[in-house]
Ligand binder design. Structure first.
Ligand SMILES: NC(=O)c1ccc[n+]([C@@H]2O[C@H](COP(=O)([O-])OP(=O)(O)OC[C@H]3O[C@@H](n4cnc5c(N)ncnc54)[C@H](O)[C@@H]3O)[C@@H](O)[C@H]2O)c1
Length: 296
């Protein structure tokens, strides 16, 4: 929908004039979220532990979408380092209106609780929960002073389901959901919304490598999802950008599954037809390529 503001046409799906900071934005879901926000006109700050990849991502987004970008390198779980990096991004871009807490790691090793080193659990908690908490802490005062903010956390199907041998990840992602809801209540009257997206199996570069190495089975998880396939990072980025919009201001405290129905499915025993092969994702990717080509 088009309307006029200060003499220029803006749309309710525009992020022009806003700045999005994405932790873990150098690749995977974080990069896709940054790209979708940039496509809608937002300036982008990429914060990632990998400085080379962060710089590359910020450069690629500036070139592709013609928006202002910057990058910073930090471990989100280290308070002063994360705050310093976020402050540097504020210096470069003026303000942070949207924070996407996407930095994350995979379960280092699958193990029963009886055998799992508690340090693995702590590491999961630190990156996902401590990181999201610290980065939120760093941006909330600025958002509150401008009366506008969007915080989007990344949960998982393991934030709502139980699966064996992944306790650390499940603890972290369930905690993200609780943090999302309690923070949402706390800051709602300052114009800040807080939501989470809970992706199912998403074909990022990292998971593609695991498929190539035979550590994951595409068919197994595609079959469990009623959609009969995995998702793409762009499909998660699309929901994140939607939550970032000013027009999405009445949505807060939610955990939105982006999982092809994985978590809502009851008994997976009923026959509902065959799942697709990984090649079927090409047609899904083409939807996003068409969007790029149609960009005016
Ligand atoms: N890929 C999936 O199927 C899937 C499913 C559900 C949830 N998720 C969640 O989505 C998020 C992104 O996952 P992805 O698959 O895109 O991962 P990815 O491995 O492709 O990218 C993660 C990025 O985060 C960065 N990072 C890791 N630890 C960091 C830290 N401590 N500080 C700063 N940056 C750090 C990495 O350098 C990397 O660029 C994670 O929270 C993950 O748990 C992913």
């Amino acid at each position: 929908m088009r309307r006029r503001q200060a003499g220029r046409a803006v749309t309710t799906d525009s992020l022009q004039g806003l700045c999005t900071l994405v932790t873990g934005g150098a690749q995977g879901i974080g990069f896709a979220a940054a790209a979708e926000c940039a496509r809608r006109g937002a300036a982008i700050a990429v914060l990632d532990m990998n400085p080379q990849a962060a710089e590359r991502a910020a450069g690629a987004l500036a070139e592709r979408f013609g928006v202002a970008t910057c990058w910073a390198s930090a471990n989100v779980a280290e308070g002063p380092m994360a705050k310093g990096a976020i402050d540097a991004c504020v210096q470069r871009l003026g303000h942070i209106d949207v924070l996407v807490n996407c930095a994350g790691i995979m379960t280092p090793r699958l193990a029963a609780v009886a055998d799992m080193p508690v340090d693995d659990v702590q590491q999961m908690f630190d990156v996902h929960v401590r990181g999201a908490f610290l980065c939120s802490q760093a941006v909330i005062p600025g958002m509150a002073s401008r009366g506008f903010g969007r915080i989007i956390n990344i949960s998982s199907v393991l934030g709502v389901l139980g699966l064996p041998f992944r306790s650390g990840y499940a603890i972290a992602k369930h905690a993200i959901n609780g943090f999302t809801k309690s923070l949402a209540v706390e800051v709602a009257r300052q114009g800040i919304t807080v939501n989470a997206v809970a992706p199912g199996y998403i074909l990022t570069e990292t998971l593609q490598r695991r498929l190539d190495d035979g550590l994951l089975d595409y068919a197994l998880y595609a079959d469990r999802a009623p959609a009969g396939r995995w998702g793409l990072p762009e499909e998660v980025g699309h929901v994140i950008a939607f939550l970032a919009l000013p027009a999405s201001g009445f949505i807060t405290g939610t955990v939105i599954p982006v999982d092809g129905g994985y978590t809502m499915r009851g008994d997976p025993g009923e026959a509902i037809g065959a799942a697709g092969a990984v090649e079927g994702l090409r047609a899904v990717r083409a939807r996003f390529d068409d969007l790029e080509e149609g960009r005016g």
